[in-house]
Design a protein around this ligand. Sequence first.
Ligand code: NDP
Length: 317
Amino acid sequence: MATHTTRMLIIGSGPAGLSAAIYGARAGLKPIVVQGLQPGGQLTITTDVENYPGFRDVIQGPWLMAEMQAQAEHVGTRMLWDTIVSVDLKTWPFRAVGDGGDIYEGETLVIATGAQAKWLGVPGELELSGKGVSACATCDGFFYRGKKVVVIGGGNTAVEEALYMTNHSQDVTLIHRRDSLRCEKILEDRLVANPHIKVLWNKAVDHFVGGATGLTGVSLKDTVTGAVSVEPTDGAFVAIGHAPSTELFKDQLAADATGYLIVEPGTPKTAIPGVFACGDVMDHVYRQAVTAAGTGCMAALDAERFLAAREHRQARD
Ligand code: NDP
């Protein structure tokens, strides 16, 4: 068991964590990134990425994350393969413990643990993920231009994704397990008014249908009558919500009703000076790689300022 000390400890290695690392390393903070259970984050489970600026041709999510990691290491970041199991934000330096017992001490802490899309957990979902089944219309919707798609869910995300998909497809079906939506009224009005969207009410997905060539349909069960049917489709977007990875910080940092960490508006600052949150762990609205990278950059700049101010105070007193 070892103790690792750094001026900037970063938990999470998606675009937010690695952007914080790039900026932190270039500011001489010698960051340590603890990669977590899914090194590279959510982009490592997508395939084609066409909306990250800087690449005229389509790039692959795992490739982008490997490049970001290499860039972070190139400027002086230490990447460590570990999963943090507990943190103590009451001491300074802040302290985290890895699952093998290693201790990490950071003069600043950047939380970039991200969020996970919730999945239905029904047969065929995992097997057809990336072959017609997706959890992000903004990321993958473009690939279904002119095709038939379904969106599953009845909240803001599902309705926004269904509306977004009409930019690409004239045949969008929203599938919801009840007979009323839980989204905002204005979104519901837009949904109802959109001629390219139909809604299947009271339908739960029983399993996804497809094979080697990809998804061909969704098998549905009526939640009232029990009747079974198959809805043919080329693409299915599961939009039943996201869960931020904030379990570690429970009781130490404030979170909103859905679990997202609360930061000072317009900044990545948490209520504890020196502790910053960036990316999907604090943003349930935008949830894009590029916005996560932006807030990671902001976290590193604020971490640098926090340390400089602290040193200034120490020199003065
Ligand atoms: P929500 O939790 O609001 O909605 C999830 C939807 O998925 C519900 O309709 C729910 O059904 C359905 N669902 C959940 N689990 C299952 C399941 N196993 N099978 C079938 N259906 C399921 O999640 P959202 O991601 O939509 O929103 C999360 C938060 O983010 C909300 O506060 C939302 O307002 C906010 N948000 C805001 C946006 C904005 O302001 N522009 C955009 C997107 C999200 P049921 O209704 O039956 O429970």
